[in-house]
Write a protein that binds this ligand. Structure first.
Ligand code: ADP
Length: 387
């Protein structure tokens, strides 16, 4: 696997570093070719590796086992997924000491996500000191949200002091998928009004006008919006005070309850959508209600975004649930013919890994399934920046 002199300079190592796991992918950005990928799990746990440095060493060992030697491959950039870029990072950014410090400062807004991302960045920099490291932020696509959409109705001075606003997340996916949807319908994004539904473990919706995000369902944190695997999404903000008083829960316990024990898991006991569907098929009432709540919330957002945009060209489903669950897609589109939204049953059922149209011919809105690929998007942005 030695790099040939005339080989394209597009080999990127993409790292997604969480608190307990480090996911990596080695890919050629130009050809969208994945050379290898893997996950180092149980970081910091007794039966796992000690820390992120040890995880990087484990990754290097796994690569070497596959005859891929990082120091000799000609990696042109390491792309890091960073959840929170705050208001400062609206673009992929080459990581230097100042950027590290800024990501560190943003840990107040993303205490679960930014510190482990930084640990991954530092470990990777030690491992590959001569290669540019690029941070790609989950919030970047949404930094330009219109003021009315991004502002919470809380005291202005308080919001300014702490950077309280709607940030939005999954931006890399929303940007990638909306661009690919435009390509699939053969029109430039600059002409389109789009709604993207990213439905995975985490779920988010976005409204995109001529290529720019104008609304998104996640907010200050990735807890707001749609019902997710273990996250509640929208609740009455009064619930927090209510739980504090009635259950005597502190802020941390309420955070955990709404982030880890709610959503599909809270309603039906399972967070994996496939399992939920198996239970629903056996007539499990809790699973049926969870599905109904999940769909209802999505439809509320679709309705809101139709009005925000004023018109619609594409409605796009992506991520694990959106790409794979035809019943869910049919339920979201059910009865929306009056808005030009419909799903063709045969097209909806056809399994495929490619971007595809699932609406009938001739409808006002084109409904699509577009597989997301955040690693490829990160790799391409890294190459574009350092190339
Ligand atoms: P993440 O947000 O962790 O990237 P994914 O996009 O992989 O998550 O989505 C995970 C969700 O997708 C899970 O709920 C899983 O059950 C669901 N999913 C994955 N494959 C399928 C499938 N073939 N049919 C239905 N649901 C699926």
């Amino acid at each position: 696997m030695e790099q040939r002199a005339d080989a394209p300079r597009d080999l990127v190592l993409v790292i997604n570093s969480g608190s307990s796991s480090l996911k990596y992918q080695l890919l050629r950005a130009g050809r969208a070719e994945v050379l290898t990928k893997g996950t180092i799990e149980r970081i910091g746990e007794p039966d796992g590796v000690a820390d992120h440095d040890a995880a990087m060493t484990a990754m290097t060992d796994q690569l070497a086992d596959r005859d891929l030697h990082l120091d000799r491959l000609g990696v042109v950039a390491v792309g890091h997924r960073v959840v929170h870029g705050g208001e400062r990072f609206s673009e992929p950014t080459v990581i230097d000491d100042a950027v590290v410090a800024a990501i560190d400062e943003l840990s107040a807004l993303a205490p679960l996500h930014n510190p482990p991302a930084l640990a991954g960045i530092r470990a990777a920099q030690r491992m590959l000191p001569d290669v540019p490291h690029v941070a790609v932020f989950d919030t970047a696509f949404f930094t330009g949200l219109p003021e009315a959409a991004r502002t919470y109705a809380v005291p202005t001075e308080l919001a300014a002091r702490h950077g309280i606003r709607r940030y939005g997340f999954h931006g890399t996916s929303h940007a990638y998928v909306s661009a690919l949807a435009a390509e699939t319908v053969g029109r430039p994004t600059e002409e389109l009004d789009q709604i993207v539904l990213h439905l995975g473990n985490g779920c988010s919706a976005s409204a995109i006008h001529h290529g720019a995000a104008v609304e998104t369902s996640m907010g200050l944190t990735p807890l707001q919006g749609l019902v997710m695997g273990t996250r509640s999404g929208d609740v009455d903000p009064g619930l927090h005070g209510f739980l504090a008083r009635t259950e005597r829960l502190d802020a941390g316990a309420i955070d955990t309850l709404l982030n880890k024990q709610s959503g599909l898991k809270g309603l039906a006991g399972v967070n994996d959508f496939r399992e939920l569907e198996q239970r629903r098929a056996t007539g499990d009432a809790a699973a049926a209600l969870a599905f109904a709540v999940y769909v209802h919330r999505i439809r509320c957002y679709v309705g809101a975004y139709l009005v925000t945009l004023g018109r619609l060209d594409t409605l796009v489903f992506t991520a694990g649930v959106g790409e794979n669950n035809a019943a869910l897609r049919a339920a979201v589109a059910d009865g929306l013919d009056g808005f030009g939204i419909a799903v063709d049953p045969a097209r909806n059922q056809a399994a495929s890994g490619d971007p595809r149209v699932i609406s009938p011919d001739g409808t006002a809105v084109t409904v699509l399934v577009v597989p997301t690929d955040e690693e490829l998007a990160i790799a391409r942005q890294a190459v574009a920046l350092v190339g």
